[in-house]
Design a protein around this ligand. Structure first.
Ligand SMILES: *Cc1c(COP(=O)(O)O)cnc(C)c1O
Length: 452
């Protein structure tokens, strides 16, 4: 019989508050496997820390979302938001499922092309499209979503130089009852700017107006806001039919659906509060169907859903480095994954689990990353079981924004692996090495020699 590990006894105040309608906080269940693959084995094979993606979860979530919309509306198209996670393996999984690409920079545009996306299936958004980017998008007949008047005029000038028409849509911002309003992108609906832009586009012989676009916010919990947005874009489309006899090809409602992560400080977990794809689909499609848009000319409905499609498919796993007591007596656990890898820990209370079975005992714990920075806090306060040095943890729902917003800072970024639908594991991004970083640097000759 092996000797049981010593656990220091602790005295803990019982908070005799009322349980929420979801019950009292439960024991934190360990998570040892993902898609039947042992996390411990993955760590020993690929190193710690490690990002793990589940291809099955991506496909299942995508199909769930697609079904929710396509059963309610005749013509639905998703476009994968590259900035949410532009690892090629992730993008290609979405493209195999039928997604177009939604990009917000020349770099992302080129990445989509390199992933084999036909240019006419790329939606080019954002306020920062260079002259070269625009030229390329015009030549390729991609859909350019115009953000401001300066861009509109530049596109008109370019189409004349190139002697080629451009396919354009405008991004519209509006009051959807959510404040602060996201009014820095696109043309405003209420003050008439959107109509001004549309009239100018219709007056130009060089521009083909193909659609109307909006993206009303991110991590949106309100389906009502989408209903308002869809109704306002439909009103613009109806106005275009009346005034210009022009039918647009699509209405693009953007992204922003809340994922099932829990916002920092939220009382209820995101798994209980995030509306489902069916809820969002019901709000959006019912607004379009009950508008004055005619059934025979209903435009295609485009969704640029990002975080809600990928968050659940990503995990970050790693190893406990140490435990210590803080000055106020609270326990601190230091892990080998910091905020440089997990940018989203600034706004989410991430669901973090032990990989191995632990005792039932939990204690109020702060979980720190390994960086020499005070801000490196993965969880400020969590009732967590005692993990010892060398034990493993796994953080759920990290698929959105972390693999794009991560920083190379103090430590090198680790491998990302993807478990395919057959349970096979693939490295989809190699770990960084000193040479990876040094390859980008140039040392001036006079700094070559150092005398000691
Ligand atoms: C970021 C972004 C998206 C995706 O947003 P999520 O909140 O991740 O769904 C979609 N469209 C545009 C224009 C964006 O900038």
């Amino acid at each position: 019989m092996t000797k049981l590990a010593f656990e220091r006894p602790i005295i803990q105040r019982i908070n005799a508050g009322l349980p929420s309608k979801y019950g009292l906080p439960r024991h934190i269940e360990p998570l040892s496997h993902i898609e039947g693959v042992s996390i411990r084995e993955l760590l020993s094979r690929y190193g710690s820390p490690l990002f793990i993606l589940s291809e099955s979860t991506i496909r299942r979530t995508y199909r769930d979302a697609h079904r929710a919309f396509s059963t309610r509306y005749p013509n639905v198209q998703f476009a994968w938001s590259y900035k949410t996670n532009y690892l090629n393996a992730v993008c290609r999984t979405f493209h195999q499922e039928g997604s177009w690409a939604e990009v917000v920079s020349g770099f992302e545009y080129d990445k989509a092309i390199a992933n084999g996306v036909p240019p006419e299936y790329i939606l080019f958004n954002g306020p920062d499209k260079t002259r070269d980017d625009l030229q390329k998008a015009i030549k390729n007949q991609s859909f350019i979503h115009i953000d401001h008047f300066d861009e509109l005029y530049e596109i008109i000038a370019l189409t004349k130089e190139l002697n080629q028409k451009a396919r354009v849509a405008i991004r519209v911002n509006m009051d959807t009852g959510i404040y602060p309003q996201w009014d820095r992108f696109g043309f405003n609906y209420e003050n008439g700017e959107a109509w001004d832009a549309l009239n100018r586009i219709m007056a130009s012989t060089q521009l083909e107006l193909v659609g109307l676009h909006t993206h009303i916010g991110t991590y949106m919990m309100s389906t009502e806001a989408y209903k308002t947005a869809a109704a306002k874009l439909a009103a613009l489309a109806v106005g275009l039919e009346r005034k210009h006899k022009h039918h647009i090809r699509y209405i693009d409602i953007g992204g922003g659906f809340a994922s099932r992560n829990t916002l920092r400080g939220a009382y209820y977990p995101g798994t209980d509060t995030a509306p489902s794809f069916d809820d969002f689909a019901e709000a959006i499609t019912s607004a379009l169907m009950s508008s004055e848009l005619k059934p025979e000319t209903l435009p295609m409905l485009i969704l640029e859903t990002g975080r809600a499609l990928i968050d659940d498919a990503g995990y970050l796993t790693g190893t406990v480095l140490a435990n210590k007591r803080l000055a106020d007596g609270r326990r601190a656990t230091i892990i080998d994954a910091g905020v440089n890898l997990l940018f989203t820990s600034f706004w989410y209370d991430h669901d973090i689990r032990p990989v191995e079975a632990t005792s039932e005992q939990t204690e109020d714990t702060t979980i720190y990353g390994p960086l020499c920075m005070n801000i490196d806090v993965i969880r400020g306060s969590i009732l967590f079981p005692l993990l010892k040095k060398g034990d493993h943890f796994v953080i759920k729902r990290v698929g959105a924004y972390n693999n794009t917003q991560w920083l190379q800072f103090i430590t090198l970024r680790p491998k990302v692996v993807m478990i395919d639908t057959q349970g096979q594991v693939h490295v989809v991004r190699k770990e960084e090495k000193l040479e990876t970083i040094n390859a980008q640097e140039v040392v001036p000759v006079h700094l070559d020699k150092i005398e000691w």
